[in-house]
Design a protein around this ligand. Structure first.
Ligand code: FAD
Length: 283
């Protein structure tokens, strides 16, 4: 059970199923370190990078049952039939998983019985036995006509009973605040975690920006231009940028920080050490 009423601001991590056996061994070997950062939960992606539901279920199940950390399994619906989704739900239930991040996913071949995340959320709620959370987009989803239209979708998701939102990565606190204002205007009272991606290399950021459509503010662009030729300098600048962004978000009392940990315990540790004294809500 994810405790949204605790005295600590929610802190969660996101991992992805590794592609090869060596990386799989390494992620399990790192789990003790991830646990030391006291995450309220760890979420495991689905489908991204070619992984399938089996890997998501087994990792999310082990996180919960072997390592004693609450887990959230991502589940996407584009390219899946109702039968595919029901067998995924059955596997999640068998794995003892209680929380699902219900997503549409991106373009995919194959028949889709569900068009939007809202269709999947409604189906899982009807199926029963899971807490469901959903994605939100501080800059609006890349396919959306405008932010306002996209924030209307959050109201639909909230009304379907999602437990919380996790945001897409973003690099400017103003965008996140604007989304929270849009949500407040629509009477959406659902805890919303800020998704933070530490920029550790110029190549990685370009890939992330291409996939997410996130805007790079001028101050981050200057950091990338100045430090991209030096790996260590770029990593240090990227971690500092993420810590500063998190500090700004904690100052406005954000409900939670969801760190895209990229299976990297070293980066996660540097960020956790810098922010952990600030995670206490009662300061
Ligand atoms: P939706 O909420 O369905 O929105 C998609 C588009 O349709 C938006 O433009 C929205 O405004 C519009 N829309 C939504 N509902 C309606 C409606 N009822 N009527 C009209 N228009 C509507 N992808 C993966 O493949 N695997 C992952 O593990 C994964 N994890 C993610 C984790 C997070 C925290 C986030 C933010 C994204 C993740 N993604 C993942 C990416 C995600 O699948 C894409 O961003 C996808 O393009 C949209 O998913 P969604 O659930 O937000 O879709």
């Amino acid at each position: 059970m994810i405790d949204f009423n605790s005295k600590q601001t929610l802190f969660s991590l996101e991992l992805f199923p590794p592609k090869d056996t060596e990386s799989m061994v390494s992620i399990y070997a790192s789990m003790g370190r991830f646990k030391a950062f006291k995450p309220d939960y760890i979420s495991v992606t689905y489908g991204a990078g070619g992984s399938d539901n089996h890997e998501t279920v087994s990792i999310a199940s082990d996180i919960k049952n072997k390592f004693g950390i609450e887990s959230v399994a991502h589940l996407t619906c584009l390219g899946s039939t109702r039968e595919n989704i029901d067998s995924a739900l059955l596997a999640l239930k068998a794995g003892g998983i209680k929380n699902i991040l219900a997503l549409r996913g991106d373009k995919s071949s194959g028949n889709s019985d569900f068009k939007y995340a809202t269709d999947l959320i409604a189906h899982i709620k009807k199926y029963g036995g899971f807490d469901v959370c959903a994605a939100c987009y501080p800059e609006g989803h890349k396919e959306s006509l405008n932010k306002e239209r996209d924030f209307d979708i959050l109201k639909l998701k909230a009304d379907l009973g999602v437990t919380h939102f996790i945001s897409q990565l973003f690099f400017d606190t103003n965008d996140f605040e604007e989304m929270l204002e849009g949500m407040a205007k629509r009477n959406i009272n659902v805890p919303t975690e800020a998704g933070i991606m530490p920029v550790v290399s110029a190549k990685q950021i370009m890939k992330m920006v291409m996939l997410s459509g996130a805007r790079i503010p001028e101050k981050l662009e200057k950091c990338i231009k100045r430090f991209e030729s030096n790996k260590e300098a770029m990593k240090a600048a990227g971690i500092n940028y993420a810590v500063n962004l998190i500090t700004e978000l904690l100052a406005i009392n954000v409900a939670g920080i969801h760190l895209y940990a990229m299976n990297n315990p070293d980066t996660t540790e540097l960020i956790y050490k810098a922010i952990s004294p600030m995670l206490n809500k009662t300061i």
